[in-house]
Design a protein around this ligand. Structure first.
Ligand code: ZN
Ligand code: ZN
Length: 380
């Protein structure tokens, strides 16, 4: 009996410590290139904890984000919606304080925030970089937003097409939002919340010169909503910051230097998403040789964690290209180049125009880019 017990303890111990069980406290970097002069920081500015209607203790939010390769999160518990009030006292600054402590230990930036939770209009708005969230706990939303602004907060409109407030899923702009804009109390909009993309919000950001955001609005433990081990991940706001600090993030948000990375989609202004795309790729074989009607392969390495989907618009008298090509994250893809005639010869620079169909610069407009390489044509 005692031997059996020893054996089972041994097995138990082996089971708990064996590395293949995936319980390592390890960070998976999220690789997105930096822009010239700016670091690309990966941020989630909308998260909940048990201090409002979330399901986790605040320090877990910091650990989850660190493991997912994020640089910063904001803790944004609801001011007006506190279903655990009987078990946890109302303490609007407390969840941030707890998360910040663990964030400091992990060198993850944690930003104080709150969700001002009202019916539509104006709907739900997050105020981040607050100094004292308790002062937002007032009856009139106008007073709450004015107070947030007095504290220097960056304020954005959350999930504008949320079906609980807009049953058809379409975001609508109300006169109240014009008022907020005029009073400098609305600086950005969530173009993506959770897995929902709001094309109307995307268009408003361009039209009204607002900051684009993409956030998880996570309530559950992150692993319940995202299959992290299968490569699934939360949406993030990419922030192009001068350095990795809270001040630099705040400055970049007010300067509208952000983009949206959600699912396989990258959304942003041309000036931001173009260098991300271009800096993600390396052409490993910049010179290829095509013999007659034979084929050659241009090898393209994608160093980022963003898979790109290309559609070619090629009209070339000498060479044929595929209609589409996928560039999987972290891999080398083959672009097939085929000769059209047996007798062609000479060296050519090919500047192949493509639409990057998963990178949007407007709701219906993909990024247009070019791949450049040399082809030597040799007669058959
Ligand atoms: Zn909300
Ligand atoms: Zn929320």
């Amino acid at each position: 009996m005692r031997r059996l017990l020893c054996l089972s303890l041994l097995l138990l111990n082996f089971g708990l410590t064996h590395p293949s069980h995936g319980h390592d406290r390890a960070r998976a970097p999220l690789r997105v290139p930096d822009l010239p002069g700016f670091l690309t920081l990966k941020c989630d500015f909308h998260t909940h904890t048990v201090f409002s209607d979330g399901k986790v203790w605040p320090d877990i939010r910091a650990e989850e984000a660190w493991r997912e390769g994020l640089d910063a999160i904001a803790i944004t518990d609801h001011i007006e919606h506190q279903p655990h009030k009987k078990d946890l006292p109302t303490a609007h600054n407390r969840s941030y304080q707890i998360a910040r402590g663990h964030g400091e230990a992990l060198q993850l930036l944690v930003i104080p925030g709150s969700e001002i939770t009202r019916s539509m209009p104006p709907g739900h708005l997050n105020a981040i970089f607050l100094k004292d969230a308790t002062r937002l706990d007032v009856p009139d939303w106008r007073d709450a937003l004015a107070e947030a602004r007095r504290q220097g907060a960056f304020i954005f409109w959350n999930h504008p097409g949320w079906r609980a407030q807009q049953p058809d899923g379409r975001a609508r702009w109300y006169p109240e939002h014009d008022q907020l804009l005029a009073q400098d109390q609305l600086h950005g909009i969530e173009v993506v919340n959770e897995r929902d993309y709001y094309p109307e919000a995307h268009a408003w950001c361009l039209e009204k010169n607002l900051t684009m955001l993409s956030n998880s609005d996570i309530h559950n433990p992150i692993g319940l909503d995202y299959d992290l081990h299968l490569g699934d991940r939360r949406p993030v706001t990419l922030v192009f910051a001068r350095e990795r600090s809270l001040d630099a993030i705040r400055e970049a948000l007010f300067a509208r230097r952000t983009a949206v990375l959600a699912g396989h989609r990258l959304i942003g202004r041309d000036e931001h998403v173009r260098p991300i795309f271009e800096r993600s790729l390396r052409i490993l074989t910049p010179q290829v040789r095509v013999r007659g009607t034979g084929r050659a392969y241009v090898q393209i390495q994608n160093d980022s964690d963003i898979p790109y989907e290309l559609r070619f618009r090629a009209e070339d008298p000498d060479l044929a290209f595929p209609g589409e090509l996928r560039l999987p994250a972290g891999r080398v893809a083959l672009l097939e180049v085929r000769g059209r005639a047996a007798d062609r010869q000479g060296q050519r620079t090919v500047r192949l125009t493509c639409e990057v169909t998963n990178v949007l610069i407007r709701p219906d407009t993909p990024l247009t880019a070019h791949l450049e390489f040399q082809v030597t044509l040799v007669p058959q």
